[in-house]
Write a protein that binds this ligand. Structure first.
Ligand SMILES: [Zn+2]
Length: 416
């Protein structure tokens, strides 16, 4: 294959992905509109017409935003490639005369900085116009800037050793460098996962152990009943950015912890909060995080295999306007291509994730006996977050990592 064929192939896949996603989003908007007249029967008891109308218009606004985002980002990738900008940037880092590894790091950092700057207006619009319109935004301009700054610093601190390690293995580890590089990145991810709740997350949020009181007593009783030994249940001040609420599991080994957004405990009763917690413990007990990590490692392994087989293939570099093969060049090319060449795998990964969600719901219902409380918690959260109650089935099949609210309530009802 020559450079032109490769480039054409890439554009074809990129356009295929873009068109497919635009089509799904348009389909979703139409589906939501068609169901907008009355609250779907399943939710009529819990959700009033006013809230429903708001949820419909929030969904449509978000989907429209996604359309614009998709179009602009595809346009930007096309511009990036046809303008030869990657090659110009590459030549410039070469002209510094720095060590090759440092040139590579500089290239990657400048490129990711550029991507951030280009997407900045969209992030601002999303936070301060779209989310604001529906009363979700709690972020100040100052906080937005400080998040941005801290994010860049964290990225710099993490990317530098990661890239240095990768370049070194590519250079020095011989024929099977890619297996070593794979092991290195896996280990790196484990270390970051370990450090995330201790070092990185506290830069952005305040975490406080659950305060003494009846909620804590209930939570501890639940943890004991389910044989979960950690005391690491924390509240996070999510309310400083958004009214959206959530709970998640983080960390590894001894620093495993469950994090509840303060917005969650504000809107749920104590029993409902326990039900959400039981769901999270279900993920932990059934080793869902580990299984997902394993799956992503398989993809990473295949990714390195591909990098290895293309490392010296010059037409590929020319197709993306790089004048010379380089370590940072191949990493950039593979990251740019990853989306368009793998987007059809989305439903597979999301399907697995949805399966895990059902299993965790089942755990909360059967092991903790909190099925009803979970159902009412999901309803309350769905209402407060203005969740789309009627996504198009193809849209949710492709995009959703969680079953739809209706599907989850149905499944819980069947258990009870
Ligand atoms: Zn879950």
């Amino acid at each position: 294959m020559n450079a032109t064929t490769i480039r054409t192939l890439f554009f074809a896949f990129l356009l295929l992905e873009t068109c497919y996603e635009l089509y799904l989003t348009l389909l979703n908007i139409r589906h939501v509109r068609q169901h907008a007249k009355e609250v779907p029967p399943l939710f009529q008891k819990a959700i009033d017409e006013d809230t429903y109308r708001k949820a419909v218009s929030y969904t449509i606004d978000k989907n429209r935003f996604a359309l614009v985002y998709q179009l602009l980002s595809t346009g930007f990738v096309i511009l990036l490639l046809t303008s030869g900008l990657l090659g110009i940037l590459d030549q410039w880092v070469q002209s510094t005369g720095w060590h090759l590894y440092l040139q590579g790091i500089l290239f990657v950092l400048l490129l990711s900085l550029l991507l951030r700057i280009v997407s900045l207006p969209l992030s601002l619009y999303q936070q301060f116009v779209l989310e604001e319109r529906y009363g979700f935004n709690r972020m100040t301009g100052k906080l937005f800037l400080s998040d941005l700054g801290k994010g860049l610093v964290v990225q710099l601190i993490l990317m530098t050793p990661l890239l240095l390690g990768l370049f070194w293995f590519m250079d020095e580890a011989g024929r099977y460098w890619w297996i070593w590089a794979f092991l290195f990145v896996t280990l790196f991810q484990l270390v970051v996962t370990l450090l995330y709740p201790l070092v990185i997350a506290p830069l952005f949020n305040k975490f406080t152990p659950l305060p003494e009181g009846s909620l804590k007593e209930k939570v501890l009783a639940l943890a004991e009943k389910l044989g979960f030994r950690t005391r690491g249940i924390y509240m996070m001040d999510g309310s400083k950015r958004s009214r959206h609420s959530n709970a998640y599991f983080t960390g590894l080994g001894k620093v495993k912890r469950i994090v509840l957004f303060d917005t969650l405990t504000q809107s749920l009763s104590e029993e409902e909060t326990c039900a959400v917690l039981a769901h999270e413990l279900g993920h932990e007990k059934q080793k869902h995080i580990l299984k997902m990590f394993f799956l992503s490692s398989v993809f990473l392994f295949l990714g390195f295999l591909i990098v290895d087989s293309l490392l010296l293939y010059e037409p590929l570099y020319r197709a993306f306007s790089f004048g010379r093969p380089s370590y940072h060049g191949i990493l950039t090319i593979i990251s740019l291509c990853a989306g368009p060449f793998t987007f059809f795998l989305n439903p597979l990964i999301n399907g697995l994730s949805r399966r895990f969600e059902y299993q965790a719901d089942r755990f909360a219902a059967e092991q903790a006996g909190l099925g009803e409380a979970l159902a009412s918690a999901l309803l309350t959260l769905g209402k407060e977050n203005l969740t789309n109650l009627t996504p198009h089935p193809w849209y949710s099949f492709y995009h959703y990592a969680h079953p739809t609210l209706g599907e989850r309530l149905d499944a819980l009802r069947k258990l009870g």
